[in-house]
Design a protein. Structure first.
Length: 545
């Protein structure tokens, strides 16, 4: 900074200074010649020009004799004078002008040159910041493209952490995902990290709100926080923590530690926080996309499984009703979901008799469908040659108790028809009463009442059977409560009365049309409300004489 000879260059004339100022008013030759002119006019041994940077006076150049420090502490020079000018100061040693005012023309020119120098440096810093910003945005763009192309959550998490550490030249890193009120460690890079972070931890809040990276050096404010954040990345001296996602409940946290530089490791600056925050926002979008993609795949898998379960369940139901001479028979089922908990069977026996069964499993969905499958197998295996309905119900009850959860049970009505006589032997295990509508045009209805508890409810349950007879023209209706409990917008139930009305009005219609009429009536009653329960019907009518 001091001229090689340690003396001021020869004082410049005003013409030379004007020429230099015209070429470069903030150039070093102009400043040197101007400072020499100032020394000559002030009659001092030496002088130095100081520029104000970052709140301190720092030496820009010196001329003449004497030692001038690189920085003026407190704005004073021991043994000399300091003359403040706009943008800096001129310090001088010795000379008759040491105690007087500085030469006015040269001082004004120095102030102008200092202002030009300050503006030039500010412009250089702005240009540097703009260039840095462009490079930063390009890097973020490339990183964003890299993580956005990954939809595998595990691979994406690893990529995010690796990119974050590389982007900030950090030695360490950790990625946390939110689970309820906590942040759980997803993965680390470069060392261990704390397994769990509590969202409301004051130490964590302090790290998230820090203006720049947290310094964990001894005596730092963060090192004294409860459950100190130094446990976040054990051994790290500098931390930077940003949320992954915006809003009060971010989806995760990104933690990096110990920024590397030529001098070793150091703290993170405000620009690092900005960069990492922007990257974390990109990461949040990528993680959300990957999460939605995984959900879509899972939903697709579940839908395929449900379709398979529905197909299996459809195979459990009769493809068509068996031919019964002298009778019309039809069965119908519509689940509320893809798979349901209703079941019916039309099982012909070798002696010409036919077993009609309708059942309703508690609940819906896969669990109910599995119990339907269990009931189907148990019913086929438990029907004995004697046609003892109460004994059949007892055997089914034992089987359901052994093969189902404690909170699952089945209501069931099974009836065995002798086509030759029209005799009907039945047992009702807690199911809706069957409806036997007598011929003749009236509303006479015989109900097949329950004779015991639902299957799977209590061990050792006893069942009481019943009998009835279908005369020519009689109509039997077995149903599940999805029909009678169908709700209207006013929260009324369709009820048994409306079902009987429909049976009476359509008693002479083909059974297929009667099923369609009941379906239509319940849909109209619901008036657009979704079907909440499975619906099942068995209709049996004896031909008129």
């Amino acid at each position: 900074m001091v001229s090689p000879a340690g003396t001021a260059p020869a004082a410049a004339g005003w013409e030379e200074l004007e020429e230099l100022a015209g070429r470069d008013p903030a150039g070093r030759p102009y400043l040197e010649r101007l400072l020499a002119r100032w020394i000559d006019d002030a009659g001092v041994r030496g002088a130095a020009l100081y520029v104000e940077r970052d709140g301190a006076l720092r030496r820009e150049l010196a001329a003449g004799e004497g030692a001038f420090p690189a920085r003026l502490e407190g704005g004073e020079l021991p043994g000399g004078m300091v003359h403040r000018v706009d943008g800096g100061a001129v310090a001088s040693l010795g000379g008759p002008a040491g105690d007087g005012a500085p030469p006015q023309p040269a001082t004004l020119l120095l102030a102008s040159a200092l202002r030009a120098l300050t503006l030039r440096e500010r412009l250089k810093r702005q240009l540097f910041q703009e260039s840095y910003r462009v490079v930063e945005l390009e890097a973020l763009y490339e990183v964003g493209l890299a993580i956005a192309s990954t939809l595998d959550l595990d691979q994406l998490s690893e990529e995010i952490l690796l990119r974050a550490v590389s982007l900030l030249d950090a030695r360490r890193g950790a990625l946390y995902r939110r689970e309820g009120d906590d942040f759980r460690l997803d993965r680390t890079l470069g060392g261990e990290a704390r397994e769990t972070l509590v969202a409301g931890d004051p130490a964590l809040a302090e790290l998230l709100s820090a203006g720049d990276g947290a310094d964990l050096a001894e005596g730092g404010a963060h090192s004294r926080a409860p459950h100190g954040p130094e446990g976040l990345l054990p051994g790290a001296r500098h931390l930077l923590v940003v949320p992954v996602g915006t809003g009060p409940s971010p989806r995760g946290l990104l933690v990096v530690g110990d920024k590397e530089s030529r001098k070793g490791v150091g703290p993170f600056g405000a620009s690092d926080r900005r960069t990492l925050s922007m990257f974390a926002n990109q990461a949040a979008i990528a993680l959300e996309n990957a999460r939605l993609h995984r959900q879509a795949l899972e939903k697709e898998r579940l839908e395929r499984e449900l379709e398979l379960a529905a197909e299996i369940q459809r195979q459990l139901l009769p493809e068509c009703a068996p031919e019964v001479p002298g009778y019309d028979l039809v069965g119908w089922n519509r689940p509320a979901r893809t798979v349901g908990g209703d079941y019916y069977d039309l099982l012909p026996r070798e002696d010409g008799r036919i077993v009609l069964t309708v059942a309703d499993v508690t609940g819906k969905g896969i669990g109910a469908a599995l119990l339907v499958s269990t009931l189907h197998s148990a019913l086929r295996l438990s029907i004995g040659p004697t046609g003892d309905a109460p004994a059949l119900a007892a055997r089914l009850n034992r089987h359901i108790l052994e093969s189902s959860a404690a909170n699952k049970f089945i209501t069931l009505l099974t009836a065995e028809l002798d086509p030759a006589t029209g005799g009907l032997a039945y047992v009702n295990a807690g199911h809706n009463p069957g409806l036997l509508l007598r011929a003749g045009g009236g509303r006479e209805v015989v109900e097949l009442e329950p004779g015991g508890l639902p299957l799977g409810l209590l061990p050792g349950s006893a069942y009481r059977g019943g009998t009835a007879a279908l005369a020519p023209g009689d109509l039997l209706c077995l149903y599940t409560d999805g029909i009678t409990e169908c709700a209207s917008p006013a929260d009324d139930e369709f009820g048994v009365g409306r079902l009987v009305d429909c049976l009476v009005e359509q008693r002479a219609a083909p059974l297929g049309e009667l099923v369609a009429a009941i379906d239509r009536r319940t849909r109209e009653f619901a008036d657009g409300l979704p079907q909440l329960d499975d619906q099942t019907l068995i209709l049996l009518r004896r031909h008129a004489a």
